[in-house]
Design a protein around this ligand. Structure first.
Ligand SMILES: [Zn+2]
Length: 281
């Protein structure tokens, strides 16, 4: 099983897998705010077969940087929002600026927005749940107004989030990034037509239930992402994640789904193109 590989070594790409896609990463958090800094990351990703990447801003400055990067590189698109833990930063001024930024053709999704109860008690800076709910509703409106995908962050908020999404008008597509919830949440999300995006934690030894979830997701509702620099897949836990090593996650998903990795990549490409309204080469 993919989860059994535990050896520690510097993060290296898996074997070259042409056509791979990273549907959610944070190039700015990987240190790449400017094109010059992004270049080596993108070159390493391209060498590993990665053809397309969506980079996500967590705060307004990161969103501006993400869009600037996406303007520079053909393989890059951007998602913009204020992260739920930072929802206090969503002032009227920021809302106006984000709404303008969201119209950029390089922006394919509004996110990550959503709910995070994990940090509420642990960090004074974390927005309370009401502020997060209001920010989610505002971002959802922006997704609908721009016709772009709603990209959701959920940490320890399964029930609250499913309820909130059910109460809000529906965006064109809803993508649950870093999907890590139990099977019953997955079943409901799949029934609602949401897209579940899996990251490196699906390779972790302890995450049998998540692999069980990954097995059951219909091909048109599954994406793969790094969420770099976080969530580094086995066998490189403890090292910094980056788009070039997404192959480990794709290979694990293909193994649990008992399909050739090329088949998985083909489905992921179709889903990515549909969800982000892109024509892939
Ligand atoms: Zn993320």
């Amino acid at each position: 099983m993919c989860a059994a590989r535990k050896k520690r070594e510097p993060a290296q790409p898996a074997r070259k897998l042409p056509g791979l896609i990273d549907a959610h990463t944070h190039l700015t958090s990987c240190g790449a705010w400017e094109p010059e800094a992004a270049k080596p990351l993108l070159e390493r990703a391209a060498d590993a077969g990665v053809t397309n990447i969506c980079t996500v801003g967590d705060g307004f400055d990161e969103c501006v940087a993400a869009v600037n990067l996406a303007r520079q590189f053909d393989e890059l698109v951007a998602a913009v929002a204020i992260h739920p833990t930072r929802a206090k930063e969503l002032t009227d001024e920021v809302k106006a600026a984000l709404a303008t930024l969201a119209k950029d053709p390089n922006v394919v999704a509004i996110g990550e927005t959503g709910l995070d109860t994990y940090w509420i008690d642990k960090s004074e800076d974390c927005a309370d749940i009401d502020t997060q709910q209001q920010a989610l509703a505002w971002h959802n409106e922006l997704a609908i107004a721009t016709g772009k995908t709603l990209m959701i962050h959920n940490r320890e908020a399964d029930e609250l989030l499913l309820d909130a999404l059910a109460d809000l008008p529906r965006a064109r597509e809803v993508m649950l990034h870093c999907f890590s919830s139990p099977l019953e949440v997955a079943t409901e999300a799949i029934a609602r037509g949401y897209v579940l995006s899996f990251t490196g934690n699906v390779t972790f030894a302890a995450n049998d239930e998540l692999r069980e979830v990954a097995k059951r997701v219909p091909p048109g509702q599954l994406l793969v992402e790094t969420d770099a620099p976080y969530m580094t897949p086995v066998p490189h836990r403890g090292f910094r994640n980056e788009p070039a090593i997404i192959g480990h996650t794709a290979l694990c998903l293909a193994e649990v789904r008992q399909e050739p990795v090329e088949t998985l990549i083909g489905h992921v490409r179709e889903t990515y193109a549909r969800v982000f309204n892109l024509t892939l080469q």
